[in-house]
Design a protein around this ligand. Structure first.
Ligand code: NAD
Length: 261
């Protein structure tokens, strides 16, 4: 059922073919927004678009590799051409390589920053005049590794810390221009990426998947794993009318993973 909080609004969601981005796209469309989905895989994007349209939502898609500098303007131009305005940008696409620091190459570092950080910079810059015109909103998805990085997560942690810093900086510009900018920091959320880590626990320990998950949760000292829908619900609240006072906020949603104040 389409609800009303975002009726008449247009939202771009990057990395919307699966995982957290897919759930955000479904949720914002359910709340009434026209959504523009971007990722590389046209077939997967098409499935999400069909799912949204089946329930009466409005969705368009554009397959792009967001590491390419020209992709940002293509995405924003496409969204404005399709819906005539742009109110919300969700910078979610991200994939950074896990690995022991001495083994990570310049190419691994460049790739991590190219997709998540520089795509966010470029898309937000291209979108800014449109967002300014309608008092719109930017929502970045970083990750708790930006606050509490670990040895195997040097690229992801650094990229997410940069996303957090960028959020604060853009929020300052947003005070002047009337554009809200916020950031959600997910903890362990059940997506393909996390499934690979659970598969590794099964392989290493020989226990079945349900026990591997219990072990992962206990080892991570968290209450439970998150679902993509948990993050999508929070995002919908922040970018919706009830989130109007959120600005420059970095919000952990992590089942208690982040122990620091
Ligand atoms: P995922 O791997 O399931 O999905 C990533 C999305 O990004 C996909 O749609 C993929 O197609 C897209 N993408 C990848 N490379 C791209 C490229 N070059 N151009 C365009 N699109 C590209 O990831 P997820 O687990 O849903 O994570 C989404 C975001 O949340 C990421 O930024 C990730 O860092 C962050 N995050 C996730 C978790 C978690 O536990 N899942 C935890 C912390 C932070």
């Amino acid at each position: 059922m389409v609800m009303s909080a975002l009726i008449g609004k247009t939202a771009i969601i990057t990395g919307a073919s699966r995982g957290i981005g897919r759930s955000i796209a479904l949720r914002l469309a359910q709340d009434g927004a026209g959504v523009v989905l971007c990722a590389r895989d046209a077939a997967l994007l098409g499935d999400v678009v069909a799912e949204i349209r089946k329930t009466g939502g409005k969705a368009e898609m554009i397959p792009l590799d967001l590491r390419l500098p020209e992709a940002a303007e293509q995405l924003v131009d496409f969204a404005v051409a399709k819906f005539g305005r742009l109110d919300i940008v969700i910078n979610n696409a991200g994939a950074t390589k896990l690995g022991d620091f001495p083994e990570l190459t310049d190419a691994d570092w460049s790739d991590g920053f190219a997709l998540k950080f520089f795509a966010t910079v470029r898309i937000t810059r291209a979108a800014w005049p449109h967002l300014k015109a309608v008092s719109g909103s930017v929502l970045n998805i970083s990750g708790i590794g930006g606050r509490t990085p670990g040895a195997m997560f040097s690229i992801g942690g650094s990229v997410n810390a940069a996303m957090n810093c960028l959020t604060k900086s853009l929020a300052d510009t947003g005070v002047r221009d009337g554009v809200r900018v916020n950031c959600v920091l997910p903890g362990y959320v059940r997506t393909d990426r996390l499934q690979k880590r659970l598969d590794a626990v099964v392989k290493e320990s020989g226990v079945p998947m349900n026990q591997a998950e219990e072990r992962f949760v206990a080892d991570s000292k968290i209450l439970q794993l998150g679902e993509p829908e948990d993050i999508a619900g929070l995002v919908a609240f922040i970018v919706g009318p009830e989130g109007r006072f959120f600005h420059g906020a970095l919000i952990d949603m992590d089942g208690g993973a982040t122990k620091a104040v």
